[in-house]
Design a protein. Structure first.
Ligand SMILES: [Zn+2]
Length: 270
């Protein structure tokens, strides 16, 4: 029997769903663009699965992917997910994965340092999203660059955020997204040891069969993403062309970061 060849499932990464009047971030996708993107996915016959479901099936678990599958992920836990994204997802019967930075939750209390990047979801809204079938994943406690942390803080960030989400939601948390997409072999090993079955990075590529489940690549949707570009990457076409510059930057920067981390270790060992 010949195995059926199917295109890899695109995993899309969103942040805020907000217009220019509400956010200056180039990653903030205006609600009107987001509505057009979901409308297109629906009309083109896409069905959504959560990142956890995709990872499980890629790992040989039970279940089948729909003919045309796509994964919608949302990072950080911005409040507009509740106001803007959830009603539209519901309209099309779509699901999604929401990666929540637990220390940034609006009613999580004061931050030890810095400030929240915007108006964030509160715990009851996260719980409501979970109740509506949205997968809630981890995104660390305070959004550090995990690959630059000493082992103990890395462990605290990974275990603390997972435990807090599970306590609040009363359900297991299957995976995480690395803040900024940054990970290293040590970070991936700690994520696995913390009990995560999968993790999303950035990468701006498609997850290939046999891909490391602790480093699933995602495609960045940003304010400037046009409908033709959106259509092409959901159809798994021209990804290297659309993301050429991003991919080169990610690769080059990964090397710089590895060198920096290695130098840091040398210094700590002094
Ligand atoms: Zn983030």
């Amino acid at each position: 029997m010949t195995a059926i060849r199917r295109p890899p499932v695109p995993i899309l990464m969103y942040h805020e769903i907000a217009g220019p009047a509400d956010s200056t971030s180039h990653l903030a996708v205006p609600p009107s663009s987001f509505a057009r993107q979901l409308g297109y996915l629906h009309d083109a016959g896409f069905q959504t699965v959560t990142a956890a479901t995709l990872a499980e099936i890629m790992n040989g678990g039970a279940g089948r992917l729909p003919e045309r599958a796509v994964v919608l992920t949302f990072d950080d836990g911005f409040a507009d997910f509740y106001r803007q994204a959830l009603p539209l997802l519901d309209r099309y019967g779509f699901t999604a994965t929401l990666y929540v930075t637990t220390g940034w939750v609006q009613d999580a209390g004061p931050l030890p340092a810095g400030q929240r990047p915007g108006r964030m979801l509160c715990w009851s809204q996260v719980a409501e999203a979970a109740g509506a079938g949205i997968e809630i994943g981890a995104h660390s406690r305070l959004h550090p660059q995990l690959d630059q942390l000493p082992r103990r803080r890395l462990r605290d960030e990974l275990r603390g955020s997972k435990a807090q989400l599970e306590d609040r939601l009363g359900r297991p948390v299957a995976g995480l997204a690395y803040p900024f997409g940054y990970s290293s072999a040590a970070v991936r090993a700690e994520a696995r040891a913390a009990g995560h079955g999968y993790a999303c990075a950035v990468g701006n590529a498609l997850p290939r069969p046999g891909a490391d489940p602790l480093a699933l690549p995602r495609l960045t949707v940003r304010r400037s993403t046009s409908m033709p570009a959106f259509r092409q990457f959901t159809q798994s076409r021209n990804i290297p062309v659309i993301f050429g510059k991003d991919r080169a930057l990610t690769k080059g920067y990964a090397m710089v970061r590895r060198t920096r981390a290695a130098l840091g270790q040398v210094r700590r060992g002094d």
